[in-house]
Design a protein around this ligand. Structure first.
Ligand code: NOJ
Length: 756
């Protein structure tokens, strides 16, 4: 096989494979040739996925459950496993299946590689803040190379749940609040994971999750019900999943939540009618962990057997660790409650992915110790991670051009527990990242600061004790004993860089919060520091939009860096010292107050959108009495060290299409990257439309004084929407087109468009 490793202009690693992709026809024939040999039990086995927290290479397997799992693997009754890690373990487990079972069908090995395997890339929400397809694609590619080199061939990513509620801890895993931006990222992520050939041993199968509406859990509470309208489901939650199918996602995962009263796992309309029907998805759907069994608790299934029946009827093909299909499918088929053709369809889908991955040609093709040793956590991956991370930071405020740090600054006080943390930047959902393997902000600053004295004081303490993926994070009690030292250093230094935000284990699965203000007494310390040193930069680390009105009022400069991965500290220092001009834009609205959540820019107008013009103190309009309606920092927002000016918006309408042009000029002193954003509004429609929705964007890099004309072609897909019967079309008439810097700053024009 030809394999060429080369660098794109952005120095991003791209791996090209010359292997041939199986034609659909041949693939189907191969799949059927296996299916015909299988007994019902063996077919059911393919739908059965085990968790693998057990050692296959260890001397003994004490646990009874593990023993029976191993027997089942040997008997060909297991289709796949999750959480079996390393080439050694995977080879041993695969061997059990391939060398002992009657047909020797290889198992699939999957794992949650959400933003890197050992080399951490920025968390997905941060990647989305780059608004850069290449950032998403290359991040997924690095993840794929390391994952595949560890013997695995399937990741449970990307998570593409549109989410507009900062309370939901899993907002960090997706691309934010907008369906279009999420769709763009989805396509890039899938391309990055899967490449153009799944059988390449450096690519892995992607899994678009969680289908569907998991981002809409009520009040942002984990595992809660999603009470979502059909309009929002079709137009906001589903489009990224459609993009995933179009991008060739090999697998889908369903969700824990109810959708309109029906668990997503038992949702026939979603899985059979839309996903496998209208969209023609040919891969398979894996349940979320135990989500089949949980249909009993939801009050939808009578018992485990009934849950199995409902899940299979609805199109859930594989059962993740629930053991429901394993225990009950045979009986359900025997009694006629499940037709065997449904099982055949599920198995066909699973086998197809196994063939595509090349596992039937060589079940151990991903198992190569030398590749494992060579590829995982290699320096090139870290370099790329740094390049990627600096594109994800969003400059929220920069009064008097405080940043980048000027030459006259000779001493910097770095403050805050998170500033010295080598672990927080790695983020949650960190696969095999080694604890404390990241570059801290403090290290990054020290590496970059030449002839500058750097002092460090913890100042405040946010968390205490053990921090990990599974257990509740313990916040440290408020304690001001560290304040004095921090204040002294702040007083004695030319500049202060203060790390604020959230521990990375405040976001991720099971990490919902009712209050998205910064915890502990960090804001109090900020206030005290601001009184003595106004050369103050806040570096904000979060995995969610946080409510920071006080920080925004006090700090002259704020740089939102999310959790930037292994090289986070160096990447942030690149920006602080002006080696990279910040270019990130918010993929989520930052509210003033948590009570504004769910907050999103593409809201509908309401019947009472504005105050009474004759008497603004009359209360009868859609507003809060204690908060603005708008975001503190809106969707699409982000500053640069330079300034961009927009002018001359023009359009030409032609046969259902609109050609839009706008001039963008760099009117500042240094080169910079601008993200030109296009929003549209259909002001009158049969279903009331949002006041604006993002339909396109382009990034332009401009030298000082340089001007370009940026062009967009908009057509029916940009002006249309899904109607209640799930048909998509645009309604003829007037539209508003808005082009600009972000969702609240644009130039607009009206156009009349007629579609066929
Ligand atoms: C539950 C999570 O919801 C899902 O995203 C993940 O892939 C599975 N657990 C497996 O770890």
């Amino acid at each position: 096989m030809n394999r060429v490793i080369f660098y794109l202009n952005l120095n991003f690693l791209v791996i090209y494979s010359g292997a041939q992709v199986l034609s659909t026809n041949l693939l189907d024939k191969k799949v059927d040739s296996v299916l015909h040999l299988m007994t019902i039990q063996e077919k059911i086995g393919q739908t059965n996925m085990y968790n693998g927290f057990m050692e296959f290479t260890g001397p003994t397997i004490e646990n009874e459950d593990n023993k029976s799992k191993i027997e089942n693997i040997k008997s060909g009754l297991v289709g796949g496993m999750l959480n079996t890690l390393s080439v050694k373990e995977i080879r041993a487990a695969q061997k059990l299946a391939v060398e002992n079972s009657r047909l020797g069908i290889p198992m699939l090995f999957g794992y949650d590689v959400i933003h890197g395997y050992k080399t951490m890339l920025p968390v997905p929400l941060a990647q989305a803040a780059s608004w850069d397809r290449q950032v998403a694609e290359v991040s997924a590619r690095i993840s794929a190379v390391e994952t595949a080199s560890s013997g695995l061939h399937w990741t449970f990513a990307p998570m593409i749940d549109v989410c507009r509620d900062g309370r939901f801890g899993r907002i960090m895993e997706g691309a934010g609040e907008d369906p279009y931006l999420t769709s763009v990222m989805t396509e890039a992520w899938i391309k990055g994971y899967q490449g153009s050939d799944l059988s390449d041993e450096y690519t892995i199968a992607a899994c678009a999750k969680h289908f569907a509406a998991y981002g809409f859990v009520e009040a942002g509470r984990e595992y809660n019900t999603a009470d979502i309208s059909r309009n929002t489901l079709y137009n906001v939650a589903l489009p990224p999943f459609k993009a995933a199918v179009d991008a060739g996602a090999a697998t889908f995962m369903n969700a824990f939540n109810l959708v309109d009263g029906v668990p997503a796992t038992g949702h026939s309309h979603l899985q059979r009618d839309i996903l496998k029907g209208v969209w023609g998805f040919e891969g398979f759907v894996v349940s979320d962990w135990w989500s089949i069994v949980e249909m009993v608790s939801h009050g939808f299934a009578i018992d485990r057997q009934d849950a199995g029946r409902l899940a299979m009827l609805a199109g859930s093909d594989m059962d993740m660790e629930g053991r429901v299909y394993e225990e009950h499918l045979a009986e359900l088929i025997k009694s006629g409650e499940i037709d065997e053709t449904l099982l055949n369809d599920a198995v066909r889908r699973i086998l197809r992915v196994k063939f595509q991955l090349g596992l039937f040609d060589d079940p151990y093709k991903y198992c190569d110790e030398s590749r494992e040793a060579e590829q995982i956590f290699k320096p090139e991956h870290r370099e790329i991670s740094r390049e990627v991370a600096r594109k994800t930071a969003v400059l929220l405020k920069n009064e008097n051009d405080l940043l980048p740090i000027k030459e006259q600054v000779k001493s910097i006080a770095v403050i805050g527990q998170m500033a010295s943390s080598k672990d927080v930047p790695l983020g949650n959902w960190r696969a095999q990242a080694i604890t404390d393997s990241g570059v801290s902000l403090l290290e990054g600053i020290k590496n970059a600061a030449k002839d500058i004295e750097v002092s460090y004081s913890e100042g405040y303490r946010l968390s205490k004790g053990e921090r990990n993926f599974v257990f509740e994070l313990t916040l440290a009690p408020d304690d001001t004993t560290g304040f004095q030292e921090a204040l002294t250093f702040a007083r004695e230094s030319d500049m202060v860089v203060m790390a604020m935000g959230e521990d990375c284990f405040q976001t991720g699965e099971g990490r919902s919060q009712t209050d998205t203000r910064l915890k502990g007494n960090q804001v109090e310390l900020l206030k005290r520091i601001a009184e003595i040193n106004d050369q103050l930069v806040v570096v904000l680390m979060t995995g969610r939009p946080v409510a920071i009105p006080e920080v925004a009022a006090i700090a002259p400069s704020i740089l939102q860096v999310w959790y930037g991965g292994t090289e986070a500290g160096n990447a942030t220092a690149d920006i602080l010292f002006g080696n990279y001009n910040p270019s990130g834009r918010l993929p989520v609205s930052f509210p003033y107050y948590t009570g504004q959540e769910p907050l999103h820019y593409d809201r509908t107008n309401t019947g009472r959108p504005g105050a009474n013009p004759w008497n603004p103190s009359v209360v009868f309009w859609s507003h809060y009495t204690d908060s603005p309606n708008q975001a503190l920092y809106p969707f699409g927002y982000g500053l640069s060290y330079t300034e961009f000016e927009y002018s001359n918006l023009s359009n030409r309408v032609k046969e259902g299409m609109v050609e839009v042009k706008i001039n963008v000029k760099n009117i500042g002193q240094i080169e910079g990257l601008e993200t030109v954003q296009v929003y549209v509004r259909d002001p009158v429609a049969t279903v009331a439309q949002p006041i604006k929705k993002l339909v396109d964007f382009k990034q332009v890099r401009l030298k000082p004084g340089e001007q370009v004309t940026v062009e967009f072609i908009l057509d029916e897909k940009d002006f249309g929407f899904y109607h209640p019967d799930f048909t998509f079309y645009a309604e003829n008439g007037a539209f508003e087109i808005m082009v600009g810097k972000h969702s609240e700053d644009f130039i607009s024009e009206q156009v009349m468009v007629t579609f066929n």
